[in-house]
Design a binder for this molecule. Structure first.
Ligand code: PLP
Length: 399
């Protein structure tokens, strides 16, 4: 999600809100330390720190969450023509990761309490070709049917991949999400819970799956020097453009000078379902260092997100909207706050800055919707009615 233009004065938005000057400082130092950009010891330290914090045994870091998902598909030995069930409402990159490997995608409707897979619809989709289910914890909410989906999959001998790209750090019964299925993947893209501008982690607790992930990882190259440089510059650009308290004053100027440093979340090819030539890459040490710094702050930022979500709960109550469900025993992270509003209110979103003082976001763009998924009424409702409110409002945390 890219925000087209800064408002004056700045209104809280969704991009790079966990970046602080300490991250910029690391990025600046790194720009002059090219020999360290591919230091595997730093990358291992990041992977191990993440795994420990997440309560997982193994973790491998790639350049995006979608590549981490491709690694999961490889490790689970899902082959062309196998079926994988996914939420009908999700990111196009999830669909692409499967389509790139010629896997048959089966779309399943979601529920409207937490926007996760609906277990009753899921039962109808399982066939003898189903190899895996991807469940997600969207917007940082632990999905309503989490336990039911895991036990259904176990009963049917189907693997579960947990999409934790929105929910890094969320907990269910004291355990972080991502540790109940077979494999989980996370994102540290600019709009995610923690931020390395681009990044993805795949994690598992199963030694044989970890061996498969390692095989994939070992055959995956680092991005080239020009690309790493661009990512580091993008961290500095995003900080000044979205997070700095004077961003409203110089945001456009910074864009003009350094906008070319921006790394596209999805290439035009990807938006059209074509695999980019540089799809498969690992995370370089230059970004892993930023990741290590972000991990020092992630719990504090998630706490702030939950606190700000209370504010939107109150607003929803006062304005007659239903607040999202926090499943019993769960601690969400509220990457953003979802609300179902009248379709017209979704179309014209200028009321956000005016009435609420924040931007109103739409997470999945038109590309998802052009897939014309049939027979998923709740997904249609969400496409027409869901809006998102930011849960970080300019707060800063130091590492
Ligand atoms: C639900 C969901 N899954 C997967 C991804 C892919 O993550 P990444 O952009 O790091 O590849 C995204 C990205 O926005 C997402 O929203």
């Amino acid at each position: 999600m890219r925000i087209a233009k800064r408002q004056t004065p700045a209104v809280p938005s969704f991009l790079s809100m966990t970046l602080d000057y300490d991250d910029v400082s690391i990025a600046k130092q790194m720009l002059s330390k090219q020999p360290n950009w591919y230091d595997e010891k730093i990358v291992k330290k990041f992977e191990n720190t993440f795994a420990r914090w997440n309560g997982s045994k193994y973790a491998f870091a790639f350049i995006q969450g979608r590549v981490a998902l491709s690694a999961a598909i490889y490790a689970l030995q899902i082959k062309p023509e196998d079926e994988v069930i996914i939420p009908a409402y999700t990111c196009i990159s999830v669909m692409n990761s499967l389509a790139f490997d010629k896997i048959n995608i089966v779309y399943c409707d979601i529920e409207l309490d937490t926007f996760g897979l609906d277990v009753n619809r899921l039962k109808e989709k399982i066939t003898n070709k189903t190899k895996a289910i991807i469940l997600h914890h969207l917007y940082g909410l632990v999905c309503r049917d989490y336990e039911a989906i895991i036990s259904l999959a176990k009963k049917c001998n189907i693997r579960v991949i947990e999409d934790c790209t929105h929910s890094t750090g969320a907990k269910y019964n004291g355990i972080r999400v991502g540790n109940r299925g077979d494999i989980s993947f996370y994102s540290s893209g600019a709009s995610k819970v923690f931020n390395t501008i681009a990044g993805g982690i795949v994690a598992t607790n199963d030694a044989s799956l970890a061996a498969g992930l390692e095989q994939y990882y070992d055959k995956t190259p680092f991005p080239d020097l020009a690309s790493v440089k661009k990512h580091l510059r993008n961290i500095i650009l995003d900080y000044y453009q979205y997070k700095h308290h004077l961003s409203w004053l110089w945001g456009d100027f910074v864009e003009l000078l350094f906008g070319r440093a921006r790394v596209a979340m999805s290439t035009e090819d990807e938006k059209n379902g074509v695999k980019p030539s540089l799809y498969r890459q690992r995370m370089p040490a230059a970004l892993a260092l930023i990741g290590l710094n972000q991990l020092k702050k992630i719990d504090k930022y998630n706490q702030i997100r939950r606190k700000n979500a209370n504010r939107w709960d109150l607003w929803a109550k006062n304005n007659g909207y239903k607040k999202p469900l926090i499943v019993k025993g769960s601690v969400p992270v509220f990457l953003m706050y979802p609300l179902l509003v009248e379709p017209k209110k979704k179309q014209i979103r200028s009321w956000g800055p005016k009435k609420l003082g924040v931007e109103i976001g739409i997470v999945f763009g038109e590309n998802c919707y052009t897939k014309k998924i049939k027979g998923c009424p709740n997904t249609d409702t969400v496409i027409n009615q869901v809006i998102n409110l930011p849960t970080l409002l300019g707060e800063s945390v130091s590492s």
